[in-house]
Design a protein around this ligand. Sequence first.
Ligand code: SF4
Ligand code: SF4
Length: 469
Amino acid sequence: MKTVKSNFKFKGGVHPDYNKELARDKAIETMPVPAELVVSMSQHLGAPAKCLVKVGDFVKRGQLIGEKNGFISVCVRAPADGKVVAVEKRLGPAGGKADAVIIDTTAKEDSPDASSPTPPLPHSSTAVLPPLDWKAASKEDLLKRVEEAGICGMGGAGFPTAVKLNPPPGKRCEYLVLNGAECEPYLTADYRVMLERAPRIRLGVEIMRKILGMPAVRIAIEANKPEAIAAMEKAFADIEGNVEIVVLPVLYPQGSEKHQIFATVGRIVPEPPALPIDVGCVVENIGTVAAIADAVELGEPLLARVTTVSGDAVVEPKNVLAPSGTKYADLVKFCGGEKEPPAKIISGGTMMGFAVSTLDIATTKTTSGLLVLSSRRVFQYGSQACINCGRCVRACPMNLNAAEIAKAVEADDVKAAEDLHVMTCIECGACSFSCPAYRPITQFCRRAKNSIRARIAAEKAKAAAAAKK
Ligand code: SF4
Ligand code: SF4
């Protein structure tokens, strides 16, 4: 194992205020199970899980409550014991509504052998699934474990991990890239996991290497995290094979999957629908890798995750290990409450996160951050006409003409935006961040992409219906 500096710098990118000092030195704290959990059936990319429980059911921690519902889907397990008090649509962190199971964790089952209503959180001694000996287990057994543990990418996109770790015929993973960049402002959850759980990450890497046929490993960490680099160097010191820690320049959006691949192995992922595996790479977030180790060695499904709760309007910013389905209001309360009424609440980081209007939203497997910001941190502005300065074009890490895309969408010409390759936009926000006219360029891109996806889905449905006739 060796540590090297990245030889590849991508075009564009920006340097936002990182504000990580608020939470970076706060060790991960485990939050008690809140009285109510709101467990979404749609915590991942792809088809929502099929709900298996109904109002009045008692569920046990780790019990399957949502069944994987398609190839691109992930199962959902109960994060704690409790009684199902509702199954209804609830607002999610990204704004849309999805079916959710509401669990009252204080309810006691009318049975003499009922378990504690406040069960232990993950990393306790209670195994939900039988622990596996990863060295003796087959690739198929390990993949099955990742699937039944309900693991999806925890960096934000939520892609089903078992699908990612099983490349289609004809494709081979040559490089496993670990994403430890965490370039989003304020967020320090992955940083703390690298500091505090580096041996778990190493175990996760060894399991993934076995599943993927022993690819080379590249661990990507930005240069502004020397303590995390040191922790990973120590944990991986005696690992065998082609393993490198790649120190990346500090530049947003260094944590984007495509830019990680370029920065670590110098390969370029072509336009969608091409995927990293098309250039021989699989990228996984640091937290996901640790979750794989827990699922295999401890029999612990993905029931909780570390979320950074930060911002100047929260009393004590922290990195909190909380069950999936914890309401934002409970997270903020665990961090001492609000210092003052927030001017803005953001699910995720300030660059790619979603502004939400209420704390009555619950975390999912992909919730990396919750920001509570005062009016001093929120700049009020009105969008103006484009002055053709070109800053957004220079900032775009995907080489897009962001200004022209925005103008096309503003004029309701989605076809023109498509011709300008809007589908390659990674919604990083670098263009909007750079724009002196405060134009919501990223939102224009998102709108065009949603419209194009809806059109493609409608065309596919029409073709399928015609084929049936
Ligand atoms: S949001 Fe899209 S258009 Fe804007 S900089 Fe990022 S990739 Fe480019
Ligand atoms: S940065 Fe803003 S004003 Fe400048 S070209 Fe882009 S959209 Fe126009």
